[in-house]
Design a binder for this molecule. Structure first.
Ligand SMILES: [Zn+2]
Length: 278
């Protein structure tokens, strides 16, 4: 049990402010969020949903959907957000807490919290003791993201820290099917959006490449890596490191060739989907 370990970065906020600020506001919306553990976050100066999402492994659109925000570009300093927890959360019991109030607070059932903590006498919770509130597994987090953004525009985050060195489209004698992002050798290559890895391995001119299915009619390919860190079948969250950049296959220097594949065949210009923020 990890009851006494404060694992979340925002636990200090959570333990000190959660009851005052959020207890009444954490009403769970649609059924797809049930079984999700939420943590509270207060928007600070300079924050954007994109930045907050990247920190916690969710894209801006998913956070917008979960928080009933219509325009993901518009958030205000001081605004309270709820963010699905992807690690266990530690909750220190205060007077007045009950399994039911905690279940309501974290979006779980009383039974789930009781079982996670081997609680048998659940009438009175011991004040000062920390309970472990189970967070989402990666697979649950990804399925939450996929369901939350089902009706929303498809957005991709930059898969690597670098500069665009070659765009999508016709070159002198051939068609370039992706966007090239030049970067340092060994840079972390990250999933531009959550989904499931459908292939990871050597792929001819693409060198060591990964393809992720985003379950919305699009897949993304990340090519020319030096090392792959995922396997076919893995579910990956947005921003998760999937490979290290390199120059394998048909390549003249370290870069990531990012490709957007349509389920119906062919490719799209990745710039249509990439967020402006890096
Ligand atoms: Zn390329």
């Amino acid at each position: 049990m990890k009851k006494l370990i404060v694992t979340m970065l925002c636990s200090v906020f959570w333990l000190t402010n959660a009851h005052m600020a959020l207890a009444d506001e954490l009403v769970l919306p649609a059924s797809c969020y049930q079984g999700s553990t939420f943590i509270g976050y207060t928007v600070k100066d300079g924050d954007s949903l994109y930045k907050i999402g990247l920190h916690y492994g969710f894209d801006a659109y998913t956070l917008a959907a979960i928080n009933d925000i219509i325009d993901p570009r518009v958030i205000e300093v001081g605004q309270q957000l709820k963010i699905p927890a992807t690690e266990d959360v530690s909750h220190e019991i205060i007077a007045g807490d009950s399994l039911y109030s905690l279940a309501n607070l974290y979006g779980m059932t009383p039974m789930e919290i009781a079982m996670a903590n081997d609680l048998w006498d659940t009438e009175v919770l011991p004040v000062g003791v920390s309970l472990s509130i189970p967070g989402l597994s990666r697979a649950q987090a990804v399925s939450l993201q996929l369901s939350a953004r089902a009706e929303l525009p498809f957005v991709l985050q930059y898969p690597v820290d670098g500069v665009i060195s070659s765009g999508y489209g016709q070159r002198s004698n051939e068609f370039h099917t992706g966007t090239d992002i030049a970067c340092e050798y060994g840079s972390e290559v990250k999933a531009a959006q959550s989904g499931q890895v459908v292939s990871a391995g050597w792929d001819g001119n693409y060198g060591y490449a990964v393809v992720i299915d985003h379950k919305n009619g699009y897949k993304t390919r990340y090519a020319h890596n030096s090392q792959l860190l995922v396997e076919a079948g893995d579910v990956v969250a947005v921003g998760q490191t999937i490979a290290l950049a390199g120059s394998t296959g048909r390549s003249t220097g370290p870069h990531v060739h990012l490709e957007v594949l349509k389920a119906t065949g062919g490719t799209e210009n990745p710039m249509r989907f990439l967020t402006k923020e890096k």
